[in-house]
Ligand binder design. Sequence first.
Ligand code: CUA
Length: 324
Amino acid sequence: MKNLLFTPERASTFAASVDSLYFYLVAITLFFSVLIAGLILFFTFKYRRKSDSERPKPIHGNIPLELMWTIIPFLITMTIFLWGVIIYVKYFEIPKNAMEIFVVGKQWMWKIQHPEGPREINELHVPINQPVKLLMTSEDVIHDFYVPAFRMKMDVLPGTYTEAWFEATKPGTYHLFCAEYCGTKHSEMIGKVIAMEPEAYEAWLSERINPTATTGSSSKKQGSVVEIGAELFKTSRCDTCHNTTSAALGPDLAKVFGKERKFENGATLTADEKYLRESIIEPQKRIVAGYAPVMPTYKNQLDEEQIIALISYIKSLNPEEAAS
Ligand code: CUA
């Protein structure tokens, strides 16, 4: 289907299904607007007062009519609801083979980090025909990552992670907006998503990882996010307590991600990125059963990108779980 009406370009696997639902809503709205306006006009003439002495007969309700105008709208709204749920579920089920990209929003820019190492500002390069998962957080206030051509939009919150995914279907450059008012330069918090053929993306990526001499670039080889995290794990002295010796004060982090954690108070939780982040920033909030509450907070000592790197490193220690 070509782009109808005023919809933006369609460049993701979501776009068509979101548009169909949208057109359905517009069609229903048009149908009832015309029907109601038409009936008002029609009745105005049909039941107009024809003589000064005319008095209308009082009406005391009409059960079949009332049932009809209750049941029919109910059924129509339920189709909208069910159709919406189907799209919503698809939107929140991140495919297992999705590649992961990290997004940090701040007043007023988008910082993008590829797991392989390259960083971008207000630009995001992705391959087409490949699901891409975004793990996002904010350094300050609430932002909202919005790519109209992908029909993809997700709040970016300080203090936690949100996730979203998309699969671009055709190469091109698409608008990236911040869709949550976030201060003076909110309207300037814009960028570009560049969808590329997979081979072109690979070439772009390897050039960024290891700049060739031909470009005259002086930047040196970039480490991957996991490598940065491994380095931080040492420099932040995480390994003082989180190690495999019998005297270790903290849990061995090789067996954490994706696993169920049992806490002092009996509660349990499956360790995901949000939990790891919380354990770094607010280590006293949940104490794993069998350990003492001795970990200091790393709040204000690590920035969001460093925390993401640490989490990536911890995930990499448990590759089977991290992949699922
Ligand atoms: Cu960030 Cu609006």
